[in-house]
Ligand binder design. Structure first.
Ligand code: SF4
Length: 625
């Protein structure tokens, strides 16, 4: 079997307009696997602690994983990593789609972008060849305009790119590939814009490296059979994440009017059912994935709403719908298209607009500030106007392009009560008061508030399939839903290490545990079949731990400390209406959970990874840095 897994990193210096190629051995790759662990290792060593996230010293990394080209459903993702302009700390965002596998086919597993070009450029990488090309005529184009222009010139290539928001350094600008697969969070598009890098086009003909094709084929068939035939697979393929909106509303977990309420009177008007009856054209997919969950929307009456720009998922329906009090589905579908056209993270965007609406209703912003907009909750026209103004940094949009933390500092102390962020990153569409694991997850996640590292408490509160799928991690007993006690911290710690492994392997969370039987045991079998290494579950989990520990080290050395592992004050006040009425985060419980988490991770009482932990993870070379 082929055990040679040489890893090729393309290092591009945009200032010198030159590049080099670095190779890593199989043993090194086995330790890091790609994505988070690979990227955090490089960021920690290469980005100075005082680097401006939008300056030349920051680096922007694109990293695939060892499964990326395998055609395992859900394994097509790639990471973008840099110092985040939103948080000033560790930035990371993953995307599915088609770009990652094509980069591997073109001969590279990762790219590290250094310095800044003096004029706009794009990279053209094809079968081992690398060209740095002029992009002045592309600069200023929307994503769909730029995509059409590049495709006309280069043919059927895969393109990761930024829109006007990235060019204009909106702190939550995203990177998009194939127009609707986004590296959404932490402002990676702004970093790309600061480097004057408009796009990276890739094309290649290398075939996947599979050490044991027969065994891998069997495992892949088993996995696909579940995704195609199970109730979960059929339901998710038909409705996608949007189906969560009405459920969240019924359960009292749908953020509404900037987290003032957790139910939305008009939820049925912006639900997946409403979307399916109106603007949903169908579903797309990512390379190799049979789950096909990506919504594609079309509005015959609106030229901006085209299937190529995707359709709204749960987070977008909530952020640009209920959070802003908007019940006009046509407006939300248009807003979704605009986010991918201009290149904006829909979560931070919706949160920034909802924050401004709250400020307007409290008279902290006036019509003079808004350029005449009546910026009340529910005003869909005002929301759509602000999206354009943010992307192009016009008027109030220029302030909101900075994110809620900086905008509140500018507006004044009274605005603090309306901001919901951790470390500067806006809350996703989940309220920790009703989902208590998220209180710990939002607090300690290296990228700030992020809902993807945490289990949902109700899944593990009783015996059943979710708990069964966690059994290979040693989680055998139900854990009380509303507890933040030691059992919940242990549950979170084990599951977030597994998720951290996914972020290094670059595996989509929708195809693995807890919703499918692709457990750590099965995943290890797959990695063995693909690589030929005698990898164990132990080693796999250590990859996840290496990734999260390196991300923590980056934050610690860039000035983010224990005090930043905390929630906004509103989370310590009870929810006043709805099914979750009375739910609250206890500050004492959260403090205890965070301290216990540090201990379980082998970090000291300030949350700093110890020398012993670094040595145990095989990272001794970093101790002196
Ligand atoms: S489950 Fe959906 S998002 Fe995940 S890889 Fe498949 S199509 Fe892409």
């Amino acid at each position: 079997m082929d055990k040679d897994w040489t890893w090729k990193t393309l290092r591009v210096d945009l200032q010198a307009r030159d590049y080099s190629i670095e190779e890593r051995s199989s043993d090194w790759v086995r330790k890091f696997a790609g994505g988070r662990a690979f990227g955090a290792y490089h960021l920690f060593q290469e980005v100075p602690h005082d680097a401006d996230p939008l300056g030349p010293e920051n680096k922007l990394i694109f990293a695939t994983g060892i499964l990326t080209q395998s055609k395992l459903s859900g394994a097509s993702r790639f990471s973008t990593l840099a110092k985040s302009p939103l948080t000033g700390g560790y930035g990371e965002a993953e995307a599915g789609g088609w770009w990652g596998p094509e980069l591997v086919a073109a001969g590279f597993n990762a790219i590290i972008i250094e310095n800044q070009a003096d004029t706009p450029v794009y990279l053209w990488i094809h079968d081992g060849e690398v060209e740095i090309r002029d992009a002045q005529k592309l600069w200023g184009m929307t994503n769909e305009e730029c995509y059409a222009e590049m495709r006309a010139e280069l043919g059927k290539v895969r393109i990761a790119q930024i829109g006007p928001a990235g060019e204009n350094l909106v702190r939550y600008a995203h990177i998009v590939n194939e127009l609707h697969h986004v590296n959404g969070r932490t402002g990676m598009g702004a970093v790309m814009g600061s480097k004057k890098l408009k796009a990276i086009a890739v094309s290649g003909s290398a075939t996947p490296r599979i050490a044991n094709p027969e065994l891998f084929g069997e495992l892949r068939s088993w996995h696909n059979k579940y995704l195609l035939e199970s109730f979960y697979g059929k339901y998710f393929r038909e409705h996608g994440t949007a189906s969560g909106l009405e459920y969240q509303n019924v359960m009292g977990g749908l953020p509404t009017h900037n987290f003032q309420q957790m139910t939305f009177t008009h939820a049925s008007e912006i639900s997946s059912e409403a979307l399916e009856k109106t603007y949903l054209e169908g579903h797309g997919t990512c390379y190799g994935c049979v789950l096909r969950c990506k919504p594609l929307a079309k509005d015959e009456a609106d030229k901006r709403v085209i299937p190529e720009l995707g359709g709204p998922e749960y987070e977008t329906l909530a952020a640009l719908g209920s959070l802003c009090g908007v019940s006009d589905l046509a407006a939300i579908v248009r807003a979704n298209a605009l986010t991918n056209s201009y290149g904006l993270d829909s979560i931070s965007l919706g949160a920034s607009i909802a924050f401004a609406m709250d400020c307007f209703e409290a008279s902290l912003l006036t019509k003079e500030d808004t350029g005449g907009l009546e910026l009340t909750f529910g005003n869909a026209t005002a929301m759509l106007t602000l999206i354009e103004d943010i992307a192009y940094r016009r008027g109030l949009g220029d302030l909101l392009a900075e994110g809620v933390k900086r905008a509140a500092q500018e507006i004044g102390p009274d605005a603090d009560q309306f901001v919901f962020h951790v470390k500067g990153q806006e809350f996703p569409m989940h309220d920790p008061r009703g989902k208590i694991s998220q209180a710990l997850a939002f607090s300690v996640c290296p990228t700030g508030a992020d809902h993807n590292t945490s289990p949902f408490d109700d899944m593990y509160a009783k015996k059943g399939v979710f708990l069964d799928n966690a059994a290979p991690l040693g989680i055998l007993e139900p854990v009380a839903q509303d507890s933040l006690g030691p059992e919940k911290v242990r549950l979170y710690t084990y599951l977030h290490l597994e998720r951290s492994l996914y972020n290094s392997l670059l595996l989509c969370q929708f195809v693995a545990t807890p919703t499918t039987p692709l457990t750590i045991t099965k995943l290890t079998e797959i990695v063995r079949a693909v690589t030929g290494w005698d990898m164990s579950e132990w080693e796999m989990m250590k990859v996840g731990e290496r990734g999260i520990t390196l991300a923590r080290l980056f934050n610690v050395t860039h000035g983010i400390d224990k005090a930043d592992d905390w929630l906004p004050d509103r989370m310590f006040q009870t929810i006043e209406i709805g099914p979750k009425m009375g739910k609250v985060v206890s500050p004492e419980s959260l403090r205890g959970a965070i301290d216990l988490y540090y201990g379980m991770m082998g970090w000291d009482s300030e949350g700093v990874p110890t020398k012993a932990k670094l040595a145990e993870l095989g990272l001794s070379e970093l101790i002196s840095i």
